[in-house]
Structures are given as structure tokens and as C-alpha cells.
Write a protein that binds this ligand. Sequence first.
Ligand code: NAD
Length: 249
Amino acid sequence: MEAQIEKAASLLCRSRVSLALTGAGISVESGIPDFRSPGGLWERYDIIEYASITAFQKNPEKVWTLLSEMYDTITHAKPNPAHLGLGRLEQMERLHTVITQNIDNLHQEGGSTHVIEYHGNFKTLSCLSCGSKYPIEDVVDRLPPKCRCNQILKPDVIFFGEAIPPEALRDSYELAAACQALLVIGTSAEVTPANTIPGVAKQAGATIIEINLQPTHLTESVTDLFLPGKAGEIVPQLVAAVEADTSRR
Ligand code: NAD
């Protein structure tokens, strides 16, 4: 394993542009459950009934039972060593950008400044009826939060059936096509179009380094280096190896 981590570190040190694509798994050690692991949110909530835009339009109160639970968990969560490690890699100029599918703001809290939020963020909410927008802290005293026009607000996160923010989509593909190394951390890669990013990077010649508790469908198809284990343990080892590699030069 040590040799594999050193190899990954060497790849990051020799890449002009390195990226990370992260998923819910990177925040599990911060206490936020992912969706698809055993005990994950989809064991208790049906995807179609709770995470699609049509479900929200049909019954926003019901969808807010999931959203309230997520909001409560997210507000109490702190960045873990994996988030902090990616922040440190950016500071060392070994990581250009984090593309995250997460909505929890933990990369920014962990020191990353170049973050593409592919699925939006829970920090603001919008009214689907009149278009008003609110910072979450202004409206969470009563859940589900309501607009001044009395409609239930929707967090600015991307539900199934909604389009990815165009800028996030464009910037992610442009960077993926320009990178030489891509870290893929804590994602099952089941959600499209985010799961097409590793293929775009691979086609452009990048090396794909995957960190996950278990193999995914990427592992056999595009991954060059699979580092099995908890992100909160592997990423700090990777950072230490990058620091050692840098100091040797
Ligand atoms: P997912 O639940 O489908 O998959 C999580 C992956 O992370 C799995 O492959 C699992 O093996 C791996 N994993 C779990 N714990 C890990 C750990 N400690 N270290 C390394 N890997 C670990 O998540 P996804 O692929 O991101 O797709 C789910 C969607 O749900 C995303 O679009 C995301 O927006 C959303 N989501 C976000 C949050 C959040 O913001 N924290 C939480 C739940 C879901």
C-alpha cells in the first residue's frame, strides 16, 4: 500500500493540472451518511419519492423530511482529514480544483478554494413559484421553510430530473480534458453526468487514482491506481507522501 501511495504522490507531483472528483463517501467520516452504502440514506428513503424534482413539486413537505435530516446533519458536520488534506494539496499547488457532488460545504471549510459544486449547495434556497432566493440561516427557524409568498422553499441543490448548473458542467469537462491526474474519492459513480468525468479525463490521457472502501464500476474500466480504504486515512498519507516527494527535489 505504501508503494501505491508513493506512486500516486509522484503522479500528483509530476502533473501540471491535477483534479479531485469527490462524492458522499468523503464526508461519511464527518458523520454525514452517504446514499448507497449499507445504512446509507437510500435504505430509508426511496430515491424517486424523495430526491426527484417532480417529487418536490408534488409534495414538498414530504421531501423536507429527508431535507431536514440532511440539513441538521450537515450543519453539525466538520471537515475531516480527507477534506483538510485536499485543502493542503491545493495550498501546495499539487491540486488545481475539487469537483464535488456534495452539497455540504466541507471542502471549502477544509481549506479548498477552487471548488466546483456540481450538484449545488444547501446554503441558499429558492422559491419555485416567485423566484425569490434566501440564505438558509434566514429561513430555517421553521421547517419546512417558506417564502414570503407562502410557497415551500427548495434548497439550491440539484434534484434528479434537474439540469446541472451550466457553468459547473462546462468547467468540469474543460478541466477534465486538461488534467494529467484525477483523484476520484468516495463516489459510487452511479450518478450521471458526474460519473462521465473520469472517462473524459482518461481519454485525454490522465491517470485515474481512485480512493474508496470498495471497488466501483470505474475500478475495472478507467482506474489506473486503486487505493482501498477510508478517505480520511488514505488522503493524509497521500499528502505526507507528496510533502516527502516535494522535499526530495
Ligand atoms: P454514493 O452514496 O452513491 O456512494 C458513496 C461511495 O463512497 C461508495 O462507493 C462508498 O463505498 C464510498 N465510501 C463510503 N465511505 C467512504 C469512506 N470513508 N472513504 C472512502 N469511500 C467511502 O455517493 P455519490 O456517488 O456521491 O452519489 C450520491 C449523490 O448524493 C451525490 O450526487 C451527492 O450529491 C449526494 N449526497 C451528498 C451528500 C453530502 O453532501 N455529504 C451526502 C449524501 C448524498
